[in-house]
Design a protein around this ligand. Structure first.
Ligand code: COA
Length: 336
């Protein structure tokens, strides 16, 4: 398990920005594409609709828009950003990294950065890496982005996966805390590669480079064992959340705002129940976005800011679970 960090400088989130493409894919639309129903999707997942990028729109486009909104909300210029980290499993291409494309389009001259592949935990893993750049004193402004165009790797003839995901992006700016502020407190991360084949995209990499065979076998799409992922997600998100709370002498009841990865409404409520988290403190917006992989947590932060649940001083718990498996829990004080 990760050790409790010792920090002299602490990092805080100072702004949030999000972007989703305007086009909607509703459950009614999916009823015309695969053997499913609005009722089944809503009951089993909580999803009503999801946003889908148009043709020619890529992850860097969504990520750049979210970063622009974030900079505007903070009131700073792109040239002030020193590093850009992008959590994504749907980069525009293998290389260059999405971070490079975003840097260029934003005009963040002089910044460095890279992409981080941790599926649905990509954002919170990147958040911790970004925080370390602040805590080490190396940087004072780091942009952390979670962005995915899941529609580019979904098989829209497979009803067990295509109904779950949507496209979107979210960005946060990390800066050093001012005197008296707390910011990012602690995190517990874990990966478990034994779950790799329960949720993955087998084709297109160095093991199975794209070929007529990989395409014929639909290896360029998301493959998933839904039941196994579901059970592990609930167990591990609760376990790591409990671990980070316990070593900070806290309980779920003391958390003001729980922002979990949005994979399935039932996964969220089962996890929250295990943590004895009051329902009104659990942020759920999966109904309108579906599972946007790297973007779910910043999109949920924006929802909680809009509805007033995220305010300065609130104790916040983030939790994620994703393909890999990748699992994470982060504890922080909201500082703006
Ligand atoms: N519409 C209608 N029926 C569907 C369906 C759909 N979109 N998808 C699956 N079904 C059917 C199945 O074929 C199965 O039919 P059968 O009993 O005739 O074989 C039945 O519904 C039950 O399937 P099951 O897989 O047991 O459903 P479930 O309640 O586990 O829900 C998921 C399926 C995918 C929604 C659920 O397992 C899940 O959300 N898993 C986690 C996925 C996830 O979060 N992934 C990302 C993690 S980051």
């Amino acid at each position: 398990m990760t050790l409790k960090p010792r920090m002299s400088v602490r990092a805080k989130i100072s702004a949030v920005g999000t972007y989703v493409p305007p086009k909607l894919l509703t459950n009614a639309d999916l009823e015309k594409m695969v053997a499913t129903s609005d009722q089944w999707i809503q009951e089993r997942t909580g999803i009503r609709e999801r946003h889908i990028a148009g043709k020619g729109v890529a992850t860097s486009d969504l990520a750049t828009e979210a970063a622009r909104v974030c900079l505007r909300n903070r009131g700073i210029e792109a040239t002030e950003v020193e590093a850009i980290l992008v959590g994504t499993v749907t980069p525009d291409m293998f290389f260059p990294a999405t971070a490079c494309l975003v840097q260029d389009r934003l005009g963040a001259k002089g910044a460095w950065g890279f992409d981080l592949s941790a599926a649905c935990s990509g954002f919170i893993y990147a958040l911790q890496v970004g925080a370390k750049l602040i805590e080490s004193g190396a940087h004072r402004k780091v942009m952390v982005i979670g962005a995915d165009v899941m529609s580019s790797i979904l098989d829209y003839t497979d009803r067990t996966t295509c109904i779950l995901f949507g496209d979107g992006a979210g960005a946060v700016l990390l800066e050093p805390c001012e005197e008296g502020e707390v910011g990012l407190i602690d995190f517990v991360h874990e990966i478990d590669g034994s779950g790799g084949q329960s949720l993955y995209m087998p084709g297109g990499g160095s093991l199975h480079p794209t070929s007529p065979e990989t395409i014929a076998e639909r290896m360029h799409y998301v493959h998933q064992e839904g039941g196994a992922v579901f059970k592990t997600a609930v167990r591990k998100m609760a376990e790591l959340s409990e671990a980070v709370l316990e070593r900070n002498d806290l309980t779920g009841a003391e958390v003001d705002c729980f922002i979990p990865h949005q994979a399935n409404r039932r996964i969220i409520t089962a996890t929250a129940e295990r943590l004895a988290m009051p329902e009104e403190r659990v942020v759920i917006n999966i109904g309108e976005y579906g599972n946007t992989t790297g973007a779910t947590i910043p999109l949920a932060m924006a929802t909680a800011m809009e509805d007033g649940r995220l305010q300065k001083g609130k104790l916040v718990l983030l939790a994620s679970f994703g393909g890999g498996y990748t699992i994470g829990a982060t504890l922080l004080r909201w500082e703006f």
